[in-house]
Design a protein around this ligand. Sequence first.
Ligand SMILES: Cc1ncc(COP(=O)(O)O)c(C=O)c1O
Length: 403
Amino acid sequence: MLTIEKNAVQRYLENKLHTRGNEEPICAYVYDLDRLKEHAETIKQSLPPFCRLYYAVKANPERPILETLEPIIDGFEVASQGEMTKLGTLTEKPMLFGGPGKKDQEIRAALQTNVEYLNVESFHELNRMAYIAEQMDVRIPVLIRVNLSTNVSESHIRMSGVPTQFGVDERDIPALITKALGCEHIDIKGFHFHAMSNNLDAEAHLKFIQLCIEKSLYWREEFKLDAPIINVGGGIGINYWDPEQPFDWSVLAEGLHRFHHYYEKENLTLFLEIGRYMTAECGSYLAEVLDVKTNHGEHFAVLRGGSHHLRLPAAWKISHPFEVYPVEDWRYPFERPGIMGDVVTVAGELCTPNDVLVRKEHVQQLRAGDVMIFRFAGAYGWTISHHDFLSHPHPDHVFIKKD
Ligand SMILES: Cc1ncc(COP(=O)(O)O)c(C=O)c1O
């Protein structure tokens, strides 16, 4: 599977190295759309019939990505009117609208597009939704976003089980349901539990889903709700530390099949809204090494590019997985700086020591003029980065597919 991605990157590099002008260092996002299609289809086909597969647009909202996923998935999770607009001319598939800071205008826009459910994340938001729905004379189908009381995973970013701005404290859910039931224009259709980011443990994810099901069934029973939807969000991880030990999707998929009895008996639908796990692997970020030098006894490589294009490793203070693509051509008449069999920190072109993509990792060889390929850059890569800091030109964005 990786070979396809490598080939796409390789094809781009070979072509670019051949055709570029002498002055232009390589800097690009390269996406393998065939790989994405195949991956999304595998995920979709592995799910039991009571599961709906949504894509969390925030992970990567580039149009070719959305176009590739659109025929495969059941719908999209959006977090802003901007994301709704990006989908506007592309799909009639349903959207789910979540996020802790929805503006009145966004709620109105959601009601005028194919948004199927809106998450309600606080008492004030419920009041605002009810108010807007009354003005527009519509009913709003909502999923109540729960901030669970229990800690749900070992993931280092959690939205639930800890104090955060997301959702309604589990202890306040009965009060929120009571209030929503009193709102003529609000229909409670289920619960939403997105709780973590980058979970690598499939068994832990299954336990979390089981907890979501049990909580939902309890509130359904307690309040006699006709609320069939349980949205367990995303949060499935990429092992940036050890890519050879990925999240075991087959364990998750098999475990979901085992929940079948709940769904037959209780008539439930389970929504997954996956971002990172869907698109991370199809994208690579490529950056040419501009310089290699030694300061205070440590080696540093400096890239054409950096955290303003790929912010994730700087934000998480990790080394991003990489490969070195050796380029034999050397454009100058003087010596080429480089290191052999040594440890290097790889920095970007920004004027801040935080602009680091790789921290003290071993390389066999790294020279100015080589290209570094950062894998798993297809999710939360370009879209979360501060592109215009220092006003360097943006990278190329290349979307490759066979035909
Ligand atoms: C509400 C919601 N759903 C789904 C996702 C996607 O999560 P992930 O990319 O971890 O799958 C996010 C990410 O922030 C989210 O906020």
